[in-house]
Design a protein around this ligand. Structure first.
Ligand SMILES: [Zn+2]
Length: 232
């Protein structure tokens, strides 16, 4: 888990939506919640979320993109606290990967993770990527598995596995590959730990698909590597 602070500026589409639905925002009925759900398709909102998360999934830190396709790396806007009773607010929205879901294919439950697995579950406050501290309750092992640490670790472990499925086989393999590379680089003294930390914290600006607006990218699994390097 990596901490992705929310920018203080609310996206324009949400401000507009709030002013149009003013009477319902504080105590929304089902239909208002349904209308808010449609905002998830707003491409400007999607870009803002991607940029504040450096184009990484809020939960597993895989690289995600805003290019609409059947590819599983495409983003999904997720309500951190479930839509059915959470606040209708930008601070409750994050960009998630599709969690193994590929358009037109059925995925075994064991391979679903992130948004596809979380559904209406409410994550423990320490596991919410928009709040500081979330990066401290997980530890990544050399073989790519993730474990919970700290006083609530039993509950956190259950949520990591049952709500997010962060130990899904494919994710574990990808994390192991990234961590092995990091371990190798350090062992061969190609790079120091501090240099690697700087590297993974650095945000790279790249031109977006249409070649105009630059977008901010972190390296894939940045949160995992940073966590690993800081917890020897
Ligand atoms: Zn993910």
């Amino acid at each position: 888990m990596m901490h992705f602070p929310k920018s203080t500026n609310e996206p324009e589409s949400i401000t507009r939506w709030k002013s149009e639905n003013d009477a319902f925002v504080e105590d929304p009925d089902r239909s208002t919640r349904g209308k808010f759900e449609k905002l998830k398709r707003d491409t400007d909102l999607q870009k803002i979320l991607l940029n504040e998360q450096g184009h990484l999934c809020a939960y597993c830190n895989r690289a995600i993109s805003d290019v609409s396709s059947s590819d599983e790396s495409y983003l999904v806007v997720d309500h951190l606290l479930p839509l059915k009773d959470g606040p209708l607010d930008y601070h409750n929205l994050v960009a998630s990967c599709k969690g193994g879901a590929v358009l037109g294919q059925s995925i075994p439950p064991a391979n679903k993770h992130c948004d596809a697995k979380k559904k209406n579950n409410t994550l423990h406050i320490d596991l919410r990527p928009t709040l500081p501290g979330c990066e401290k309750v997980l530890r990544f092992e050399d073989d790519g598995h993730v474990v919970a640490v700290g006083k609530d670790r039993k509950l956190l472990k259950q949520q990591i596995n049952d709500f997010l499925n962060l130990n899904e086989a494919g994710l574990v393999m990808k994390r192991e590959a990234v961590l092995r590379e990091v371990i190798d680089q350090i062992a061969k003294a190609q790079v120091s730990k501090d240099e690697l930390i700087e590297d993974y914290l650095a945000i790279e600006s790249r031109l977006s698909e249409n070649g105009t607006q630059p977008s901010r990218h972190l390296r894939a699994f940045a949160g995992v590597v940073l966590n690993y390097l800081r917890n020897p």
